[in-house]
Structure formats: structure tokens, C-alpha cells
Design a protein around this ligand. Sequence first.
Ligand SMILES: [Zn+2]
Length: 543
Amino acid sequence: MLRKTLFGLSFLVFVFFDAAAQVARPKLVVGLVIDQMRWDYLYRYSNMYGASGFKRLLNEGFSAENAMIPYAPTVTAAGHTCIYTGSVPAIHGIVANDWIERETGKRMYCATDTTVQPVGSGSLWEGQMSPRNMLVNSVADELRLATNFRSKVIGIALKDRGGIFPAGHSANAAYWFDDKTGQWITSSYYMTKLPAWVQRYNDRRVPDSLMRTDWNLLYDPSKYIQSTGDDMSWERLLESDNKRTFPHSYTSVIGSKRYDPFRSSPYGTTYTLDFAREIIRHEQMGQRGETDMLCVSVSSTDYVGHRYGPNSLEVQDMYLRLDKEIASFLNYLDQTMGKGNYLLFLSADHGAPNNAEFLKSNKYVNAGNLVGDDAVKSMNRFCLGKFGDGMLVKKVYDFQAYLDLKRIDSLGLNVKTVKKEIVEYLKSLPEIWNAFDEEDLMSTVLPPVVKDKIANSYYYRRSGDVQYFYKPQYIEGPSNGTEHGAWYPYDSHIPCVFFGWGVKAGKTNRETYMTDIAPTVAAMLRIQMPGGCIGKVITEIIK
Ligand SMILES: [Zn+2]
């Protein structure tokens, strides 16, 4: 009798500890960021999407239909960082893709880290990368912390910044594309040499086999009723064949030392998702009894978007192909993890405006371009006339002018006066919507929503001195293709779809933010939200 009771007690104790130890979590979390995916692309090509790609995500998952980016400039590095940290540039420090460090006066690329060495690449420029410049941690770091680093986290994207920041500081690995070889590379921040399986994968030279086939439209051109014609003067030429029409040929890239045209192809998507499958297989992601996280970013959609603009056949065909790639990736995850055993979210780092020439051809009078470097030249020309020196503006990044503060000082000029005069000059230009001294943001008359977005972006150690914005539909960059970065909805309204483990099917039209994604993932996994997080949990998503 006594023995029986003791047995019962120990059984109870066992159950108690077991229940406390086992927090219900999915096997794998997959973050899928589609670079430059406007929210409307979820629906724009619906008539040609299949049932198992975007439509499956929307039908079985939860869509926050009005997810907005709560800061500007809306660019890749800031976007990927925001999605995974729930934080904004003012706090996470990734204010843009490039900036000038106030302390040194030197240019900084967001992911550059000269303390590390390339791994798998001979190029310092391509390989000296890490998340060092990111001041906070990501939700992937929090997952690692929550499981005492038993969870594996890996980030991948053709763009280094698309995989590095999401995977966070404690990532097991991040891999990106080497323009010199077309291979996946990493840095000594993560490892001293590529895993043997990655080397074997690289040796297969997948980009070369993909590029042996020209990029042709998937269907008959007459079916592409959502796009303008193929040969539009406002499209950029593809470097590999010097053309802007189908078929696009990449054969000149094979075996060369310049693989960058590969980025502007649908093959970039295939290559990324193929490598994602390889990672899951070789690293046993989601199959080790711990929750792992794979941070995938599809970069090629951005390169193609920049080149041809949102209304092009190329962008439409990219998304039709991406739809199929997503369908097959979901199918792979179903088979490997089991349906409902993985949590996937899909979002984008930013959107994009239509090309100004295309808009003008459709009676939009208020549309246009101003080339970035010309903005520097034009401000310096103004300064030469006003202050007798034409080198006061060093650089413009994403609508922020960085002044040469040392030079201004050595010339005995008052920096406040210089900024004030530049602001007045910018405001006199017909393309400019508004301009202000960054330090005067709070006393500048602006719609509160815009003021919030700018305040969310301003980090004094890295942000510029004078901020300006173009009028809607005016872009900084060449008159062909497109450029993003503004606060306007075409740049800042992004998809936010959750799918799989723990997700209630449905949608909400209330306004949510890019910053809400990380805390929602954290809440679902029952882990701490990231250190700089200012977002709120989208509670409707959670079952
Ligand atoms: Zn871009």
C-alpha cells in the first residue's frame, strides 16, 4: 500500500515537472520577408495566383491588412531590423542602409564590421559583415536566450543585411550572396569556415545552371492584364544583355567575376528558397526537439522592382513565380515539420512607388524625379552663392543631408544658420514637400503622423542634419525604374500575414505596425520581447 502511494506521488511529481518544462511551441518559426513587396501585391495578381501560395497563406492564416511602417526612410536594412526587433531606427540604430557616423565623419554601411573577416569569399567588401551596428537584439536572439541557446537560428538572403539583422547577435549563422562568385558566404563573426555541406552546395554552382535558361514570361503575354507593355522607356536595362524586354538573358554572367545581374532575376528567389530547404535538412532545423528559427529574405523582388517599376510585366511575372515558390516551400515544410507544426510569417521591408514617367503618361501632373547626387550638388551650389563655399554638404542618404560640420566650423560659419538657409532653399524647390533641421523636428509644423515617423527614425549619432521630403509621387533617383524610402503609403504599407502553428484564420483592417510583428511572435512563443521593442501584440492572430 505504502509502495503504491509512493509510486503515485512520484508519478505526480514527474507530471508536475514535465508540465512546467514543456511550454507549447512550434517546431520551427520561419520569417519570410519579401523585399519591396507592396501590400497590394497580395491581391493585385490574384487572378493568376494558384491556390497554394499567397492564397493559402491568406485563407488559412491571419492577415493584418493595414500594417504600416512607423518610420522613414523606408529602406531594406531598417525594415528587416524593425520586423525582427519590434523597434525603430531611433532605438535600434539601423537608420538606413548607409549613413555617416557623426563621431568620425565617415561613411558606414549598415552591416560593415571591419573586425571580422570574410568566410567563403576573398572579398573584404562582401564579407566583412555582422550585426555589430544593431543596438538592440532581435526576437531570434530572445528565442536563443529563452532556450538557453539550444534553439538554432539562421538568417539567409542574397542581401547581407536581409539575413544578418533578423537573425540577431547570437545567431548560429547568416549567409549571403557573393557578387564575385555567386556563392553563399558568411563571416568570421559566425564561424571560421563554411560547413562542409554549404561548401558542397556552393560547388554545385546552382546559379549557373539556373541562368542557362532565359527568363521568359510564365504565360502568354496577353494574360498579363495588370501590367503595361514590355518595352517601356522608363525601365532600366539589364546589364547582362543590355535589354529591357523579354526574354532576359543571363548567360554572359556564367563564369564571370560579376554575378550581380543574377540578383535581378527570378532565379534569385529559387536559389534562396532552395538554400532554405538545404539549411532545414542539413541543420535539422525544427527536428531536434527545440524550436528553431529560420529568417529568410527574398531580395530579388527588390532588384527587379527597382529596375522595371511596379507596373511592369517583370514585376508581375516575379510575383507569379514567387507564388509558386511559396506554394512549394509550404509543401516542403508540411512534409518536414507536419502541417500546423511550424509558424510562418510573411512581411516586407518596404514597398515602392510607381515610376514617375509612367504616372505622367497617365495624366499625373504631380510626379517627377530628382537625382540624389544632384541634390548634393544643388545644395552646394546654393551654399557657394550664400556662404562662399561649395562643399558644405557632404552627402545625401535617403533624403537626409549630412553637412561637413568641421568645414563649417573652420570657415567660422554658424551651423544653425547654414542649416536654416539650406532648409529655406530646399523648400523653394518645386519637387520638395517639406524640409527642416533635424534638431527642430518638434517645432516644425508637420502632420502628427509624419512627425512621429521622423522622430522614430532620428538617431543623432547616425542621422543627417537636414531632412527633406519630396512631394508624393516624386522620387529621388534616375527617371527610369523606381526608388523607395518615403513615408507615403506606397512605400510604407506592407503585408503582414501569420500562418500555421497557433494562428487563428482571419484578418483585421485596423491599423497595425511593422513593430508589432516581433512582439506577436514573442507572445506566441511565450518568450521575452526584444530589448528595444515598442510594438504591441496583434492579439487577434493568436488562437
Ligand atoms: Zn530597394
